[in-house]
Design a protein around this ligand. Structure first.
Ligand code: SF4
Length: 264
């Protein structure tokens, strides 16, 4: 991979859109990243994703259940330990995931595709990943991004699926005529967000990301945009604007705002 290509990820774009100061902290400042906040919701989400990966790999639900059980029994995950509400919730979500897995009939499948998609003509390389990919027939693939929260923001799910589509097309080198059904599948609510994507969509996704990357690279001002997302920002302890807003006891951290920012 060329050193000169500007690296772009879905998370990086989201950070720039959400709060330029958070983007600056994470991608411009050169500061070491603080440890990420292990909320109970994040523990449940990560544990279920690991279990779903095992299930996709072996097709044996007991492998998935053991992976989740061992993960939630780790001391650092005590907030979702056996006997807690979050432990019960994690296994409920996994049961839905096992049913979802068993409903998919495919010729072959891959767990957690992850790759870089370089575009030298546009000066960028995109980190693309997707939780699962299935070949339904030689001309039709399915990709899935598992969701485990109470709410999903449609626009963000669509953007994730578009990037996941790039991961599949690049890593499997799909012919132009191959179509891809992309699903953001919420294992808690059962809701499925479905997109039908082709190679032209992939090209336009790269065009959009390249245009957005040009804007990120040209930006020299990084003002803070405090809001509900600060609750889960890893840089919050170093952010004067967020600390000062907390001290004035504004109401943007009330329950409704918190639910919008964090789906548990
Ligand atoms: S704490 Fe809030 S305002 Fe500060 S960098 Fe993070 S998201 Fe931005």
């Amino acid at each position: 991979m060329s050193e000169t290509l500007f690296q772009v990820t879905h998370t990086k774009i989201q950070s720039f859109q959400r709060c330029r100061k958070q983007y600056w902290f994470s991608y411009v400042s050169g500061l070491d990243w603080p440890p990420s906040r292990d909320t109970p919701a994040a523990i449940v989400g990560k544990g279920v994703h690991r279990a779903m990966r095992r299930l996709c790999e072996t097709d044996h639900p007991e492998d998935a259940e053991h992976e989740l059980d061992a993960y939630l029994r780790m001391p650092k995950h005590h907030e979702a330990a056996p006997g807690t509400e979050y432990h019960r919730l994690a296994f409920e979500i996994l049961a839905n995931g096992i049913a979802a897995h068993e409903s998919i009939v495919s010729e072959d499948r891959y767990a957690e595709l992850s790759t870089w998609v370089p575009s030298r003509s546009r000066g960028i390389t995109i980190r693309a990943m997707i939780d699962r990919a299935d070949r339904l027939d030689p001309d039709h693939w399915l990709i899935i991004d598992w969701k485990t929260g109470r709410y999903d923001l449609d626009e963000i799910v669509d953007a994730q699926l578009d990037v996941g589509h790039l991961a599949l097309r690049t890593s499997r080198m799909l012919p132009a005529g191959t179509r891809v059904t992309a699903i953001g599948w919420n294992l808690r609510s059962g809701h499925q967000r479905v997109r039908e994507l082709n190679r032209d969509d992939a090209r336009k996704t790269v065009d959009y990301i390249a245009n957005f990357a040009a804007r990120m690279q040209a930006t020299s001002e990084f003002p803070a945009t405090p809001g509900p997302h600060c609750t889960f920002c890893d840089w919050r302890d170093r952010c004067d604007e967020a600390i000062s807003l907390e001290r004035t006891e504004l109401t943007w951290l009330d329950d409704d705002w918190e639910r919008a920012a964090e789906p548990f």
